[in-house]
Design a protein around this ligand. Structure first.
Ligand code: FES
Ligand code: FES
Length: 155
């Protein structure tokens, strides 16, 4: 199959690759770049485990072709830590026990990051809407909401 050259900046580093047009962004992130913090839970746009930031907007990367991200900036969970310091959302999930198995956590954090960028002090209802595209089969969501509230108080 014909390939296409793409250039995508991920967590501040620009990567240029030849890819098949059908390559999903989540596979580019995980397999081409080895950034396996972005998870695949369904591949059908349901679970949100694959959520990343694309030019400042949270997207489900199993629903985006890598060629659609050409020339754009991506932030993954690996890009949230700065200079060895956890982002307040990462700290919040740790402090408030916002995870059990942790499978949903990277996607939860990226969706919450998008929420807090738009609305730094969300209500509980707004947090629940903000993460409504992300499924967690372990926690019951209560501590996830507390983790986002912790981050909002510490940003
Ligand atoms: S893997 Fe993308 S939404 Fe589930
Ligand atoms: S912590 Fe297990 S799926 Fe959310």
């Amino acid at each position: 199959m014909a390939t296409q050259e793409i250039s995508i900046t991920v967590n501040g580093t620009t990567h240029t690759s030849e890819v098949e047009p059908r390559l999903l962004l989540v596979h580019f992130i995980r397999e081409n770049l080895g950034l396996t913090g972005t998870h695949i839970g369904c591949d059908t746009t349901h679970c949100g485990a694959c959520t990343v930031m694309l030019d400042g907007t949270a997207v489900k990367s199993c629903t985006v072709f890598s060629v659609q991200a050409n020339g754009k900036e991506i932030t993954t969970i690996e890009g949230m830590t700065k200079n060895g310091e956890l982002h307040p959302l990462q700290a919040g999930f740790m402090e408030k026990h916002g995870l059990q198995c942790g499978f949903c956590t990277p996607g939860m954090i990226m969706s919450s990051h998008a929420l807090l960028q738009k609305n730094p002090h969300p209500s509980e209802e707004e947090i629940r809407w903000g993460i409504s595209g992300n499924l967690c089969r372990c926690t019951g969501y209560v501590n996830i909401v507390k983790a986002v509230q912790y981050a909002a108080d510490n940003l």
